[in-house]
Design a protein around this ligand. Structure first.
Ligand code: SF4
Ligand code: SF4
Length: 339
């Protein structure tokens, strides 16, 4: 059963929530959507049918964060955040799924990252489905969809003047408790919107058997071909909602230990103290990015490490398209098999 939130009530709802929660929602900065704080009075940027430029991972694993402060005399204090309960409103299904995937890295029963945990455990995710997916979206290829529910507390479907709200957890139910139930006609309208949206996304590449193809073509010349146009700028990984690599540095003047996002697309990422570098050229680094998502994640947690959000496709300055790369690997394997 779903509920109805009239769009004209949204500001008031956010304002009510703001009494007890920090709220983040997409707002326009220059020509892009970004998650920024709101108390209901800001203009939201959620009618645009694409996700934010920066992924919401930044709300859980900030681009740069202080882990510890210390003194010259050896005293040290961890700086685990003490945030208020938070709501991330307007997160897209690919990005909510990405947060769920990050949990597998930072929030396991065996080994949790206390900084990530402090933020994640206090955050509710209220999503909005994508009525008209972008041409660069390929969520349906990687086990999700424009109305996927994974990781969310509630999912909204935009029906012009109203949102149909499907609550998915107790937190979601509590947040929308005061809103009336949807009628059968409204449920049917939402279903039609969702089905229409699904049909707008074509399969981007074949995932069945893809890992084996990548593993068996580790030394293939295609990696060099793709790497030839790569600039090594790292945008594809910094903006990826599931990339989580970081570096830890001591900022001696500030007397702080700081964690910063890092990327396997940089030469220095794998440079060892001996000056040996196991990934000395862009060929190895391009291969690492793709293999990590579509082979190594499967080895570690039996999941593809990509949610099809399309950011790496949209923002790569030279137009390197991971979908096209993977299609070429599929084709190559077929050529070998047929030859
Ligand atoms: S965004 Fe494009 S050019 Fe930059 S590192 Fe990634 S693949 Fe290379
Ligand atoms: S690899 Fe590209 S499409 Fe996949 S989750 Fe990362 S940025 Fe999105």
């Amino acid at each position: 059963m779903s509920q109805i939130l009239p769009k004209k009530n949204l500001k008031q709802l956010l304002s009510n929530w703001a009494a007890s929660y920090e709220i983040y929602a997409p707002q326009q900065l220059e020509k892009f959507a970004h998650f920024m704080p709101t108390n209901g009075s800001e203009l939201l940027y959620i009618d645009e049918q694409h996700n934010t430029r920066f992924p919401p991972k930044a709300l859980f694993l900030p681009q740069s964060e202080t882990l510890m402060k210390y003194t010259r005399f050896g005293a040290a204090q961890e700086t685990i955040p003490e945030s208020k309960p938070r709501i991330v409103f307007g997160i897209r299904p690919c990005d909510a799924k990405a947060v769920d995937l990050l949990n597998l890295m930072f929030l396991t029963e065996k080994d949790s990252d206390p900084y990530y945990q402090a933020r994640r455990k206090k955050t509710a995710l209220i999503g909005i489905g994508c009525n008209i997916p972008c041409p660069s979206c390929f969520c349906t290829t990687v086990e999700s969809g424009p109305f996927g529910r994974q990781g969310m507390d509630a999912l909204l479907t935009d029906l012009e003047d109203i949102y149909l709200v499907r609550t998915l957890t107790q937190t979601g139910k509590t947040l929308f408790a005061e809103y009336p139930e949807a009628t059968e006609a409204q449920e049917a309208e939402a279903k039609a919107v969702q089905q229409r949206s699904l049909k707008l996304i074509d399969p981007a590449f074949e995932t069945k058997g893809l890992k084996a193809k990548l593993d068996s073509n580790f030394e293939n010349a295609l990696w060099q071909k793709f790497a030839d146009s790569c600039l090594g700028c790292g945008i594809c990984t910094f903006l990826c909602p599931t990339c989580f690599c970081f570096d830890i540095a001591d900022e001696a003047q500030r007397k702080e230990r700081v964690r910063n996002w890092d990327t396997c697309m940089f030469r220095t990422y794998s440079l060892e103290a001996s000056q040996h570098n196991p990934r000395p050229t862009r060929r190895e680094r391009t291969r690492q990015r793709v293999m990590h998502k579509f082979s190594y994640w499967l080895d570690h947690v039996n999941k593809i490490g990509c949610t099809g959000c399309g950011r790496c496709v949209r923002y790569c300055p030279v137009g390197l398209d991971i979908r096209a790369m993977l299609r070429e690997f599929n084709q190559l394997e077929a050529e070998v098999a047929n030859g």
